[in-house]
Design a protein around this ligand. Structure first.
Ligand code: ADP
Ligand code: AMP
Length: 216
């Protein structure tokens, strides 16, 4: 399966991706996670990306496209892919089309998660992540068993630097300006499934499974 999961910051892309992986055997490729890993390891790419990420702005297309192109050529993508947070601009969508044409793995379905701003704000301010295993929590709706500690690997949980209401506004602006046209682009190809992602996670996942079931 070749899947894209799209939606604004905090819509639940990472949360739904984890659940999709329980059902479909594809690698989860989150450009945000890849960038954060580069920042953590102090790579050249990480140094370049950090200031954009901290500000809530998009990292330049060339950087992201190169990173994704390399990743999609890894052997585990033979089975397909679950791309999370990419493409976010029309230039990225065109680059992805070139790559996927070349490797013969066109996008089959785009899950477009929809949530309104106020809900996104409470989701991202309450989000805590594990910097070691990338597990996602929420202090109210999905707390870890021991406060501040990852259930899976026992690492200390952190709050992302860009998870503030102020940064969310910038990220939403970027989303509306750059990423809505990408959803239009895929809608014109007839591959978009819109999902009401404001509901509790179990209900959202039921909708996601239904949508995936139609193309599986
Ligand atoms: P994204 O990857 O789209 O930025 P996440 O999956 O990290 O979003 O989710 C953002 C926050 O909202 C996390 O704290 C997560 O636990 C929480 N969350 C995700 N889906 C739901 C949902 N359906 N209802 C309530 N909270 C949710
Ligand atoms: P995310 O984890 O998806 O919320 O992404 C966190 C940040 O990483 C974004 O606000 C951007 O700065 C950067 N980023 C992630 N994916 C992309 C992308 N496809 N294009 C540009 N920047 C990205």
């Amino acid at each position: 399966m070749n899947i894209l999961i799209m939606g604004p910051a905090g819509a639940g892309k990472g949360t739904m991706s984890d659940r999709i992986l329980d059902v479909y055997d594809v690698p989860h490729i989150s450009t945000g996670d890849m960038l954060r890993e580069n920042v953590k390891n102090g790579t050249e790419l990480g140094k370049l990306a950090k200031s954009y990420m901290d500000a809530g702005r998009l990292v330049p297309d060339e950087v992201i496209n190169g990173m994704v192109e390399n990743r999609l050529q890894q052997p585990d993508c033979e089975k397909g892919y679950l791309l999370d947070g990419y493409p976010r601009t029309e230039a990225q969508a065109k680059a992805l089309a070139e790559i996927t044409d070349r490797i013969g793995k066109p996008v089959e379905i785009v899950l477009a998660l929809e949530v309104k701003f106020d809900d996104l704000a409470s989701r991202i301010t309450g989000r805590r992540i594990c910097p070691q295993c990338q597990a996602i929590y929420h202090i109210a709706t999905h707390p870890s068993k021991v406060a501040g500690v990852c259930d899976k690997c026992e690492h200390e949980l952190v709050q992302r630097k860009d998870d503030t209401v102020e940064q969310l506004k910038v990220r939403m602006d970027e989303y509306e300006k750059n990423t809505w046209p990408v959803i239009e682009y895929y809608a014109n190809k007839g591959v978009v499934s819109k999902i009401d992602a404001a509901k509790p996670a179990d209900e959202v996942f039921e909708e996601v499974k239904k949508a995936l079931g139609k193309v599986a």
